[in-house]
Design a protein around this ligand. Structure first.
Ligand SMILES: Cc1cc2nc3c(=O)[nH]c(=O)nc-3n(C[C@H](O)[C@H](O)[C@H](O)COP(=O)(O)OP(=O)(O)OC[C@H]3O[C@@H](n4cnc5c(N)ncnc54)[C@H](O)[C@@H]3O)c2cc1C
Length: 476
């Protein structure tokens, strides 16, 4: 469907802030999932009032609007599936930190990494740390309820949002919450927007809670004879009530790929073993005590342990984690990256299942993830040109999702549903639950203009692959 007339009307109001040039349309046609759909125009409003104007017009003319931050979503949630307008808000980047209250006042386009650095400079700490912090905006993080490596100890984005300001799909400007640490006035619409993937409203500003920066940190890397042994150690660490800020698990394949990329073994003479990357943080004395207890737990269980003594060594230990994701492309030129989450009791069973799945479906699978909260990134690798292997990779995803739910887990821990996980929503939720979600959408967005075709509709991805593009981070 063409929205040319509506676009012309909008251009009369916003002038050059409505772009229709090829480069702008191409850049806004896909996100980190590489699922690409061409929009009709890319709109870069300067103010909330302009955003309101855009949405009012879109409502009258039934133009689909996809709000976009950094475009790093891995599920297609920022791809404009129904065309129409992309509302690009990445340029709205004002940020202020109140040093006395520990609150950050951020416009939607501030990058996660920018807030982290600004908070640290002010002596504060913003824990949510998605690996996309160089590209992902705070509004994108909020819309996806992004997590990260520190989630097990510090929680996810939702735990730091005090208030949101923004625009309803019908164009009214709203303010959910205040810069207060307590708030109980009416329905909690703020939390409804968090994780709604841009389908219920447009976030323009957020007030975020910061915490005092932990003064000390220790980093360790341990390798294990088997995945089961590594995950039993995770359980032992958590049972002992140790709360590492980072407890990353990497399976054999992930370690092998990282070693291939760096050209050296993580543990010389002990290559290709699963590892745990562990960080403790807090006050010096507490970190020292926890380090002793951690080493006592690790020594009888691990084959080898490396501990960083200075920042250079910390960096070296992180190399394996940093490199593994990009290095996986040596296993196949395409990746289905699933961010499933399972309870602690099911972690070993999940990893055993994934190994069997890889053998049965004859696809390479590399798994790493945030073991403290059971959120594993299962990377099913395949070669796009090989039709048979591509079909087997999709079958593997279906089998994985069914197993995750059988194990008491969830189909997404941090990336959301977007387009990529639409076939599985009905496995995760019953009919009454989905009907309740759709009723909320209908109430707030009666014309269904905001990010239509996401979350609830099974996408053609699962029938015929739409155009996919290659992204800069694919081969990092
Ligand atoms: C290399 C890489 C590593 C990643 N690592 C992690 C990770 O560790 N943890 C994690 O959770 N995710 C991770 N992601 C996924 C992604 O970065 C996050 O989902 C991030 O929150 C998206 O932010 P963004 O600004 O890029 O949003 P976009 O991709 O632009 O949009 C994502 C969703 O948010 C909506 N949205 C954007 N801005 C607004 C707004 N102003 N108002 C309302 N809705 C809006 C969009 O409509 C869309 O539905 C990773 C992605 C990449 C590419």
């Amino acid at each position: 469907m063409s929205y040319k007339q509506a676009t012309r009307t909008l251009r009369k109001k916003l002038g050059s802030r409505v772009a229709t040039d090829e480069a702008s349309l191409f850049a806004a046609s896909f996100d980190g999932s590489k699922l690409a759909y061409p929009p009709e125009a890319v709109i870069r409003p300067r103010t909330e009032e302009e955003i309101s104007e855009v949405l009012k017009l879109a409502n009258r003319r039934r133009v689909p609007v996809t709000t976009r931050g950094g475009g790093s979503s891995l599920t297609g949630s920022a791809s404009p599936r129904r065309g129409g307008w992309v509302l690009d808000l990445a340029h709205l980047t004002k940020l202020r930190i109140d040093r006395s209250t520990g609150m950050a006042y951020a416009q939607c386009g501030v990058l996660n990494g920018t807030l982290q650095r600004a908070a640290e400079k002010a002596g504060w700490f913003y824990p949510p740390d998605p690996s996309s912090q160089k590209y992902g905006t705070l509004a994108g993080n909020i819309a996806c309820n992004a997590g990260g490596m520190r989630g097990g100890k510090y929680g996810v984005t939702r735990d730091y949002v005090l208030a949101l300001r923004g625009v309803l799909p019908t164009g009214e400007i709203v303010y959910w919450g205040r810069d207060l640490k307590k708030y109980a006035a009416g329905y909690n619409m703020r939390d409804l927007w968090i994780g709604s993937e841009g389908t219920l409203g447009v976030i323009t500003e957020a007030i975020l809670r910061l915490i005092p920066k932990p003064p000390a940190r220790r980093t360790l890397l341990a390798s294990f004879r088997s995945e089961a042994r590594a995950l039993q150690t995770v359980k032992a660490i958590l049972t002992e009530r140790l709360t590492p800020s980072i407890l990353e698990f990497l399976d054999r394949e992930s370690v092998g790929c990282a070693e291939g990329a760096t050209g050296q073994a993580v543990f010389p003479g002990n290559a290709g073993r699963p590892v745990l990357l562990i960080e403790l943080d807090g006050h010096e004395a507490a970190v020292d005590e926890d380090r002793q207890r951690l080493l006592e737990l690790l020594r009888p269980r691990a084959i080898a342990i490396r501990e960083a003594d200075d920042e250079k060594e910390v960096d070296a230990l992180w190399e394996v984690r940093r490199k593994c994701s990009g290095a996986m492309f040596e296993l196949g030129d395409s990746k289905l990256n699933e961010d499933v989450v399972v309870p602690l009791r099911s972690q070993t069973k999940l990893l055993a299942f994934i190994r069997k799945l890889g053998r049965e479906k004859r696809v390479s699978i590399a798994t790493f993830g945030h073991a403290a909260d059971g959120n594993f990134h299962v990377n099913i690798m395949y070669h796009r040109e090989d039709k048979d292997e591509s079909a087997r990779a999709l079958e593997a995803v279906r089998a994985l999702m069914a197993k995750v739910l059988e194990l008491g887990g969830a189909i997404s821990g941090e990336h959301g549903i977007g387009l990529a996980k639409t076939p599985f929503l009905a496995l995760e939720h019953g009919a009454a639950e989905i009907a309740a979600m759709k009723a909320v959408k209908q109430a707030l967005d009666p014309a269904d203009i905001l990010n239509p075709g996401k979350i609830f509709e099974v996408c053609e991805v699962w029938k015929k692959r739409p155009v996919r593009v290659r992204l800069p981070w694919d081969h990092k």
